[in-house]
Each structure stands twice: as structure tokens, then as C-alpha cells.
Write a protein that binds this ligand. Structure first.
Ligand SMILES: Nc1ncnc2c1ncn2[C@@H]1O[C@H](COP(=O)(O)OP(=O)(O)OP(=O)(O)O)[C@@H](O)[C@H]1O
Ligand SMILES: [Mg+2]
Length: 217
């Protein structure tokens, strides 16, 4: 499922974050959005994920114009196609790790999260095997970051948005996260990641720099 953004302008808080930006993120590839703190990486990812609106320009996802879609289409996109690894983790602190991994499924199913083999597999993939029963509030920042990744892996989404997914991690876990994102791309997912991390930048197929006009892929 390709994402094509054409001639995008983003304005926030009286600032122009980007103007006339073009981006193409292809299925099977890892596209990195790079830029200084405050340059608009999170805002851009939010727009590509239909969480925020662009001010100008066009957004196509999977060949469909998604620039201004009704709430129903947005919800369907999230239910069927997208996963987001949030910069601030986006987890429910008071719930268990396993419950959070299963967040994309209806609440009734989540009660059995702890014994779900697919949840355990996703947790093993991020080196959190056996940790499903712990409350998220008790985890370290890096562990929370990996729960966010496990949730995306569990969902097996066609598009994964990852907002600085290696920011809180040591080198070993950083390499693991990059490897998992590469594996997701290898099975055909479209990966868009915002990052400052040299290893993640190197691992990307394409790089888009924010804060320099005109931005290029
Ligand atoms: N809703 C909003 N209202 C006002 N200002 C906003 C809004 N959303 C974003 N901004 C501003 O736009 C700029 C870009 O924010 P954004 O979070 O996209 O940056 P970033 O590149 O992700 O930074 P970081 O690397 O620190 O995460 C910031 O200066 C931020 O304050
Ligand atoms: Mg950000």
C-alpha cells in the first residue's frame, strides 16, 4: 500500500513546517523522515496516518485520494491497514503489556490477551517474552517503546508509522527494532519512520529531510 503526498504544506502554531513537499513511500520499503527537533516530523507522520489534516496538497494512500476523508474511511484505514508506534508510546499505563499489544482488537478479546500465542510471539520478537502480565506503568522507557513495536508487529499492518522508535533504546535493542522494521518491509509493509538515529537513517531505503526547502526524497 503506497503513500504519495504531493505538494504538501504544513502550518502549525504560526510556523510553516514544510511547503511544497513531495513524498512517496512504497510498499516493501523503509522511508525515513529526518529533521531537527521541532521541524515537523511528528506532524507529518500524523498527517500521513490521517490523524491530522494537511493545510495544502494531496495525499493518496493505496491509490485512493485520502486528503479529506469521512470519519468512516479514516476508521476503516486504522482498523484494517495502519499501525502507529507513537513517540510518547501511546500505551495505557494502568493495563498490562499483553492488553496493550492487543489494543487493535475489540475489548472483549483483550481479556484473554495473556494466553494469546500471537501476543506472546510479538512480545518475544521485541525481547519481552514472559512480560505480558506486567502493568505498563512499571516498565522502563525503552521497554514501553518495544511494547509499542510489539503492538505494530501483532497487528501485521500494511503500513507502519514509527515516530522515533529507537529513541529510548540501547544499541542492541536499537538494532533489533531496525531489524524488525526491515523484516516488516520485507513482507511487503510500507514503513515510514521519523528518526534522528544514524543507524536507522542508514537502514532506510529513502530519506526525506524536513527543515530544508524544498524537501526532497
Ligand atoms: N497543534 C499545534 N499547535 C501549535 N503548534 C504546533 C501544533 N502541532 C505542532 N506544533 C508545532 O510544530 C512544530 C513541529 O512539531 P513536531 O512535533 O512535528 O516536531 P518534531 O520534528 O516531531 O520534533 P521532535 O524531534 O522534538 O519530536 C513544533 O514547534 C510544535 O510546537
Ligand atoms: Mg516528534
Amino acid at each position: 500500500m503506497d503513500i504519495t503526498a504531493t505538494n504538501i504544506t504544513l502550518r502549525r502554531g504560526g510556523k510553516i513546517l514544510c511547503e511544497g513537499l513531495d513524498l512517496h513511500a512504497s510498499a516493501g520499503e523503509l522511508t525515513a523522515v529526518i529533521g531537527a527537533s521541532g521541524s515537523g516530523k511528528t506532524t507529518l507522520l500524523n498527517c500521513l496516518a490521517l490523524l491530522e489534516r494537511v493545510n495544502e496538497g494531496q495525499l493518496r494512500i493505496g491509490g485512493r485520494d485520502m486528503t479529506t476523508v469521512p470519519e468512516s474511511a479514516r476508521r476503516r484505514f486504522w482498523r484494517d491497514s495502519a499501525a502507529f508506534i507513537f513517540q510518547d508510546y501511546g500505551l495505557i499505563d494502568a493495563e498490562t503489556v499483553a492488553y496493550n499489544v492487543m489494543m487493535s482488537t475489540p475489548p472483549l478479546f483483550r481479556r484473554r490477551a495473556l494466553t494469546n500465542p500471537a501476543v506472546n510471539e510479538a512480545l518475544s520478537s521485541v525481547r519481552l517474552e514472559g512480560r505480558g502480565g506486567e502493568k505498563v506503568a512499571t516498565l522502563s522507557g525503552g521497554e514501553k517503546q518495544r511494547v509499542g513495536l510489539a503492538r505494530a508487529m501483532y497487528k501485521n499492518a500494511a503500513i507502519i508509522f514509527a515516530d522515533e522508535p529507537t529513541a529510548s533504546l540501547d544499541h542492541e535493542n536499537r538494532d533489533l527494532v531496525i531489524e524488525l522494521l526491515r523484516q516488516a518491509a520485507a513482507r511487503g509493509a510500507t514503513i515510514v519512520l521519523a528518526t534522528h538515529d544514524d543507524a536507522a537513517i542508514t537502514a532506510a531505503d529513502h530519506r526525506l529531510h524536513l527543515g530544508t526547502h524544498p524537501a526532497t526524497v
